[in-house]
Design a protein around this ligand. Structure first.
Ligand SMILES: Cc1ncc(COP(=O)(O)O)c(C=O)c1O
Length: 383
């Protein structure tokens, strides 16, 4: 049997590789900052609601390809309020998580050989999917001083094969939160060249809940250019329920529906019920969790100001801290040593694209701030 060479070219899933370096996965001394997962279960009220709904026979059937109407309506309302913009139920398609949303959007926009502009560092699953589809990522360099991509650099990469510009904000892996001007400038550039601006906002609930993440949804022309990707995984601790969304023009969603129908048919029905319950009932819970993470980001920034520490915090926000290590060694070797000698499980920057050998990623959402002093002590011991 022969395999698709594009899939053979694709890197293996990185989380498993990092865990393969752990000598004793049961060790109580391990500090796990490897994968971006919420540190808590969904609240009891959601679990009770879902248990009762399933017992009553709900959730067992397919739904509309685009998802259940009340969830689409609730998400449209949530976005309109948060972004002070205008989004309708018809602009929303519910997916089996944000990863599937990204894959389906790429398949809707791109043909083999087309190009997407991708800032470095980038989320490894995005890169992996582009490889399997033979879509070429054109990378924007990483500015370790600002952790923000440069729209003018992107302008120089646009050609006849370019289909889209991809942003992730708050960013995985850097934790950087792109400002309004940056996002707006990418929108204008995409608009000028008839490209899609895809923005993955999986972590948007973990930045100041009273702030507007960007103003694109307030523009009357957003649907011509903007494609918003969202996840219910982190906000309501529903990673296993596989629920996310694409918010875009009806003309894009009409095409994307064909892919959704062939791959998932619909997002998991139980996940959709859980997400709807969350949007309707868990506003306060969400704020509490978001505040906890904001505190954690402040705490990790403070912890890295230790005078004896040679590791430098480049950026931190939402779930992540991106750290410059002090060694002249590949990031993989540095991380392997941190895992095996210091029992800090984290990921090398090299998993997040080229030119990232000097960096490592901590997914600090998994670890209470009371452990940060210990983390810094171990980093100093590794120097
Ligand atoms: C940027 C980004 N997009 C998407 C995902 C996946 O989200 P989901 O669980 O909704 O597929 C993640 C998860 O780590 C992520 O970091």
């Amino acid at each position: 049997m022969k395999f698709n060479p594009n899939v053979l070219d694709c890197a293996a899933a990185p989380i498993a590789e990092a865990w393969s370096w752990v000598k004793n996965p049961a060790s109580k001394n391990l500090i796990d900052m490897c994968q971006a997962v919420p540190a808590h279960l969904p609240p009891q009220s959601l679990r009770d609601y879902l248990g009762d709904a399933i017992k009553a026979g709900e959730g067992a059937t397919y739904t509309d390809i685009r998802g259940i109407p009340p969830l689409r309506e609730a998400l449209a309302g949530n976005i309109s309020e948060r972004y002070q913009g205008s989004v309708n139920e018809a602009d929303v398609l519910i997916t089996a998580g944000c990863n599937q949303a990204f894959c389906s959007v790429v398949d809707t926009l791109c043909h083999e050989g087309d190009e997407i502009i991708v800032p470095l560092p980038c989320y490894f699953n995005h890169q992996m999917w582009l490889t399997t589809r033979a879509v070429t990522p054109r990378y924007l360099s990483f500015n370790a001083a600002t952790a923000m991509p440069d729209p003018e650099e992107a302008r120089g990469l646009i050609n006849a094969r370019t289909r889209a510009i991809l942003l992730v904000t708050p960013n995985n892996p850097s934790g950087a939160i792109y400002d309004h001007e940056c996002i707006e400038a990418f929108f204008e550039l995409a608009c000028e060249h008839g490209l899609a601006l895809i923005v993955d906002e999986t972590y948007r609930d973990f930045i100041d809940i009273d702030s507007v993440p960007h103003k694109l949804f307030a523009r009357s022309d957003w649907r011509d250019t903007f494609v918003h990707l969202y996840s219910f995984s982190k906000v309501f601790s529903l990673t296993g329920f596989r629920t996310g969304a694409v918010v875009a023009s009806q003309s894009l969603l009409d095409q994307l529906k064909k892919i959704q129908d062939c791959t998932a048919i619909c997002a998991p029905h139980a996940g959709q019920l859980a997400a709807l319950y969350g949007l309707q009932n868990l506003h306060d819970w969400k704020i509490e969790k978001s505040d906890e993470l904001a505190q954690r980001a402040i705490a990790i920034k403070a912890a890295f100001s230790h005078p004896d520490l040679k590791y430098r915090l480049v950026s931190a926000g939402a779930y992540f801290a991106y750290i410059e290590h002090p060694f002249e060694a590949p990031a993989r070797d540095v991380v392997k040593r941190l895992i095996q000698e210091q029992e800090i499980v984290c990921l090398p920057g090299s998993y997040f694209g080229q030119e990232q050998e000097q960096f490592i990623r901590f997914a600090f959402a998994n670890v209470h701030e009371s452990h940060f002093e210990d983390v810094i002590g171990r980093l100093i011991a590794s120097q």
